[in-house]
Design a protein around this ligand. Structure first.
Ligand code: PHE
Length: 432
């Protein structure tokens, strides 16, 4: 058998962080925080990352390192979720490319918030440009993925992740010079405990799954390319830490601008596509800042889509006789078709027939993924590692530098606490 190419130690962390850091941090986290009352959401989200995120991520890493044993079906099942998710994710990635182009051509400058809202309506419901942008996003993803673990994914992550940090810091420094930025900071960091409700907790947990790429075999796939000497728990902590830092930095880049311009933070998915461009229109240098911001979104999204296409490609390569090139092509082409259907289901001309259970395909995919597939995937990985794998080996692998107490605590969470909570969440997902 040919020797497996593996990530370097830093490359592994950056690639996994590249998967985790995505639209979940820069698009979803700000609008979820905005809708769920600011600091209170951030606080519960941090608790979820600690109690659920890091343990499930470690469990997924463990499954990736040891393989799926008797639960051979788990990987293709999780990959099926990843594929549905990818169709939905490429639509939003396409919007980011579209907005990057609009920013460069100056098409959104000097528009009123109402006109910008119309632009967003156009971007999401047109036929041609969204489809072309999706083709662009899928092609770039496939080109990097086909180059392989070391020269494609690791190299891209080592360039793109630092770039992402630099852009974010530049945007934050700018935001903090705006008058009224303090209110934005207060909104993000001062929790109002009366806002904590069961819905907020479920939303925070859902955000934790989304943002750490959990339950879809993607993190497990990356772990299978880590050196045997790489400590899994430490890597999980580093990845979750970087991901959380980027989410908070995105909040720091966005809320000062939102509050300084008196914009309502509870607008939902439109927040970064409508609100931010209108904020940029009011500030000096806004033209360049807007380009930088959408470049940031594109980078974050692409390092994420690479991780999904890589997982699909690797599965095809291992389970069929396809070459890497063909495997990547088939994976990317399937994702492309799904994304095009999702995107077209939002257009006026197709909205009537591209529906599932009375929802557009896009909304149906969104609902299915966030309410059912993410928690179900997390549940299955926890059950597999907690109940099927050898507990002594799990504790060994998940111990940190000789601290077995950490491995044991993680096993208790993975075996008992997390499955119980996730079973409830999946049931509520079906009912609600
Ligand atoms: N973590 C990614 C983000 O925050 C999304 C993702 C989820 C990617 C699941 C892969 C698998 O954008």
């Amino acid at each position: 058998m040919k020797e497996k190419t593996r990530f370097g130690a830093l490359g592994a962390v950056l690639a996994a962080a590249g998967s985790a850091v995505g639209l979940g941090n820069i698009w979803k986290f700000p609008y979820m925080t905005g809708e769920n009352g600011g600091g209170a959401f951030l606080l519960i989200y941090l608790v979820c990352i600690l109690l659920f995120g890091i343990p499930i991520l470690s469990a997924e890493f463990y499954a990736g390192r040891r393989g799926y044993g008797r639960w051979r079906w788990l990987e293709p099942a999780a990959l099926l979720s990843a594929t549905i998710f990818c169709g939905f994710y490429f639509v939003i990635t396409g919007w980011c490319f579209h907005y990057l182009i609009l920013s460069i051509t100056g098409a959104t400058s000097a528009l009123s918030p109402a006109a910008l809202s119309e632009v967003f309506g156009g971007v999401t419901s047109e036929v041609v440009m969204p489809c072309l942008c999706i083709v662009l996003a899928v092609s770039i993803t496939a080109l990097i993925t086909v180059a392989g673990i070391k020269s494609g994914i690791e190299r891209a992550s080592k360039i793109l992740m630092p770039l992402l940090f630099i852009i974010l810091i530049a945007l934050i420094i700018y935001g903090l010079t705006l008058p009224g930025h303090r209110e934005g900071l207060r909104f993000l960091f001062a929790p109002d405990f009366s806002k904590i409700t069961p819905t907020l907790i479920i939303n925070a947990l859902g955000q934790c799954f989304f943002t750490l790429s959990l339950g879809m075999a993607v993190m497990a796939n990356y772990a299978s390319f880590m050196e045997p000497s790489q400590n899994l728990t430490r890597t999980a902590v580093h990845v979750a830490g970087l991901d959380t830092i980027v989410a908070i930095l995105a909040g720091l880049a966005i809320f000062p601008a939102v509050f300084s311009l008196g914009i309502d933070p509870t607008q939902g998915p439109e927040l970064v596509f409508v609100t931010l461009p209108s904020a940029f229109n009011h500030i000096a240098g806004g033209y360049w800042l807007q380009i930088l911001f959408f470049l940031l979104m594109v980078i974050a999204a692409v390092t994420t889509t690479i991780s999904i296409v890589q997982t699909q490609t690797d599965w095809l390569e291992t389970h069929t006789r396809l070459s890497r090139r063909w495997a990547t092509f088939i994976a990317a082409f399937t994702d492309l078709l799904l994304a095009l259907f999702c995107s077209l289901s939002l257009t006026n001309s197709c909205a009537d027939y591209l529906t599932i259970a009375g929802m557009s395909i896009y909304d149906a995919a969104d609902w299915l993924v966030s309410k059912i597939l993410f928690p179900a995937g997390g549940l299955l990985f926890s059950l597999y590692v907690g109940w099927i794998c050898d507990p002594a080996d799990v504790v060994n692998e998940l111990s940190l530098g000789g601290h077995r107490a950490i491995g044991k605590t993680l096993l208790v969470l993975i075996r008992y606490v997390i499955p119980l909570v996730l079973i409830l969440i999946v049931i509520f997902g079906f009912l609600g």
